[in-house]
Design a protein. Sequence first.
Length: 94
Amino acid sequence: MTITLRIDLQGLEQADRLTEQVINHAEEAVHDQLVNLVENILSEAKSNLQNSQSIVTGELAGSLKIFDVTKNAVEFGSDEEYAIYVEYGRGPVR
């Protein structure tokens, strides 16, 4: 009994390139959706601040932005020092 096995390397190379393209497009799509998600979060946060009764100047809403975008992460927020207190409160006063 004889078993013949033939591997077409050209087809294997094509499949490898196709797989790489699929992975690259998926990474791009995930990155694009991540940036889109952050933009939506910032938009909602600005809207919440603008609709708040306690807003005086609007500086905090205007300071919300994206700081850095990398392949797998987006850094965003505010550079106003008091932003953390608006988000989380100031805690107990002693």
